[in-house]
Design a protein around this ligand. Structure first.
Ligand code: ADP
Ligand code: 5GP
Length: 193
């Protein structure tokens, strides 16, 4: 059991469709890593079977703004037009109080902000697909987004790729099994330092 001063932050960021959610889920299922998922707040609508307090804290735009005004976010971002996403300070504190390390699945700008706020305690990982074409193919195969949303995500990906060199590690997700095993090793090493 860690005390809350020893809790770390492990950030996975990437353009949508790169596989970060798949990799993060694998890490959370793995015994012995002592991780908990940092549940973000968002003003976007719920999708499918998503649950409040599990996938996201779903807030109204007014509630989201209220948290911004009270300076209650570690970072927040308008990731897509009119859709706000952010990490509440209370969320990171909740995880550290449990004696765990916080794992993030957040966009590239948010990921770098977390690293800036907690430089020593954060491992920032950029997940990269072999190409943008492959990323687009995965988004289509996932079947969760409209054609319009896919186009929006692909258009954004090129800009997001430029942020990759600012991360601590670039994890190439070509062979998923290999990428997941590498992620486990990265986390193991960083949390034991
Ligand atoms: P993100 O969270 O970055 O948007 P996901 O984890 O949802 O990405 O992955 C996007 C889709 O690609 C999912 O359907 C996932 O099962 C699939 N996927 C993930 N990694 C690979 C891989 N290495 N090869 C092929 N498909 C993959
Ligand atoms: P989705 O709508 O597909 O769940 O997420 C859209 C994007 O928002 C993804 O790139 C996801 O990583 C990002 N995101 C989720 N939570 C946060 C957060 O708390 N902060 C930031 N900056 N981005 C987030």
């Amino acid at each position: 059991m860690l005390d809350s001063e020893q809790g770390k932050l492990i950030v996975f960021s990437a353009p949508s469709g790169s596989g970060k959610t798949t990799i993060v889920r694998h890490l959370l299922d793995k015994d012995g890593l002592n991780l908990d998922f940092s549940i973000s707040a968002t003003s976007r609508a719920r999708r499918g079977k998503e649950e409040h307090g599990k996938d996201y804290y779903f807030l109204s735009p007014e509630e989201f703004r209220d948290h911004i005004e009270k300076d209650e976010f570690v970072e927040w971002e308008e990731v897509y037009a009119n859709n706000y996403y952010g990490t509440l300070k209370s969320e990171v504190e909740r995880i550290w109080k449990e004696g765990k390390h916080a794992v993030f699945d957040i966009d590239v700008v948010g990921g770098l902000r977390v690293k800036e706020k907690f430089p020593e305690r954060t491992l920032a990982v950029f997940v990269k697909t072999p190409s943008i074409e492959e990323m687009e193919r995965r988004l289509r195969a996932r079947k969760t987004d409209s054609e319009e949303k896919i186009k929006e995500r692909v258009a954004k990906a090129e800009k997001e790729m430029e942020f990759a060199p600012r991360f601590d590690v670039i994890l190439v997700n070509d062979d998923l099994e290999k990428a997941m095993a590498e992620a486990v090793e990265l986390v193991r090493k960083f949390t034991q330092e």
